[in-house]
Design a protein around this ligand. Structure first.
Ligand SMILES: [Zn+2]
Length: 341
């Protein structure tokens, strides 16, 4: 394409404790990439290219020990927005089928999509009665047309400002790997999910890479906006203190794998809401020179979809307790009830 390249330096900060449960981890590998080529930019990795990859000793979350400043990351993505194809039609039929398997034959379901983007996933539930709501950082007019409930505009990791209503189904696809404060995000997801309701998560599966000392070779972890990688076990452990119980996990390729020829067509809307919008991965892949030496590739079985159920007996209905816990969540400490073997 003959892009004129320029150097771009991001600020990084260190991560001292597990972003999900707050306990400590151990370094299991280092990324070792030197320079990250992204669109027209050469972005040097910090610390001479060696980014520690940690594994939490309690919950098992894989997380980077150095993460880019969120504001730097956002402005970088904003600067490449013009190079990105601006719309994509995307079939969420299989997501709908998956959700309906768990919901059964309820006549009405209230759905909240986290990182709603243009509202494509919400649209997949057309024809099923119930409230449709969205959470994203930036308002999108197309999405707004799909919203019959509330449109929550904030980061998932910030204290929730919303109606206080809860949902039968909360969807968080391609969200969990972008987080900086995963514990708070899980807590907020628990607040949003109705007791007895479902939280569906799709994210990368760190178990795919064996042994962990090869994590440096996994394309997914080399995307610089991916700060962590989960396993179903880590998710189960980190979510449990908030009354979310893992009921089911299915390993498979990313939902985009049916669209491989279109992989490089990405949504510009994703650029503005990087941390929460399905599509950030597509953006990054489109602009990153793919290294064939990396482990796994788009379409590999290196993702999982998890279904978590909000505890019926959780204090989920008591808003006062919830808000108190929300305050405490910034200083949360983990349950140590799920030590790894
Ligand atoms: Zn942890």
């Amino acid at each position: 394409m003959g892009l004129k390249r320029s150097r771009r330096v991001l600020r990084y900060s260190q991560v001292w404790e597990c972003p999900a449960c707050g306990l400590s981890g151990a370094v299991v590998d280092h990324l070792d990439r030197g320079v990250y080529r992204f669109g027209p930019f050469d972005i040097p990795y910090p610390e001479g290219g060696r980014v520690p990859v940690n594994r939490c000793a309690n919950c098992g979350l894989i997380y980077k020990g150095l993460v880019p400043d969120p504001a730097d990351l956002q402005s970088l993505f904003a600067d490449v927005a013009s190079e990105v194809w601006t719309s994509h039609d995307y079939d969420y039929h299989s997501e709908r089928e998956f959700v309906m398997r768990f919901i059964g034959n309820k006549s009405s379901i209230d759905v909240l999509d986290i990182g709603s983007g243009e509202g494509g996933l919400l649209a997949a539930f057309d024809g099923i009665p119930g409230r449709r709501s969205a959470l994203d950082v930036v308002r999108n007019d197309r999405c707004a047309q799909r919203v019959s409930g509330e449109y929550i505009l904030q980061y998932l990791e910030d204290p929730l400002r919303w109606s206080g209503q809860t949902y039968d189904v909360v969807l968080a696809f391609d969200v969990m790997e972008h987080l900086y404060r995963a514990g708070i995000a899980l807590f907020n997801l628990a607040l949003l999910t109705r007791p007895g309701g479902f939280l569906l998560i799709q994210t990368g599966n760190a178990s795919y890479v064996r042994p962990p000392s090869r994590l440096r070779d996994w394309w997914y972890l080399n995307l610089f906006e991916h700060h962590m990688a989960w396993t179903p076990e880590a998710l189960a452990c980190a979510a449990e203190p908030w009354g979310l119980r893992l009921e089911y996990a299915q390993v498979g390729p990313h939902k985009d794998s049916n669209h491989m020829p279109a992989w490089k067509r990405v949504g510009a809307g994703a650029l503005r809401a990087l941390r929460h919008v399905p599509g950030a991965d597509r953006v990054s892949l489109a602009l990153t020179s793919y290294d064939p030496k990396l482990v796994g590739e788009p379409g590999a079985d290196d993702h999982f979809t998890a279904v978590l159920r909000c505890d019926e007996k959780s204090d989920g209905c008591d808003q006062l307790v919830k808000f108190k816990r929300a305050e405490l969540a910034s200083h949360f400490s983990a349950s140590d009830s799920c030590n790894l073997r």
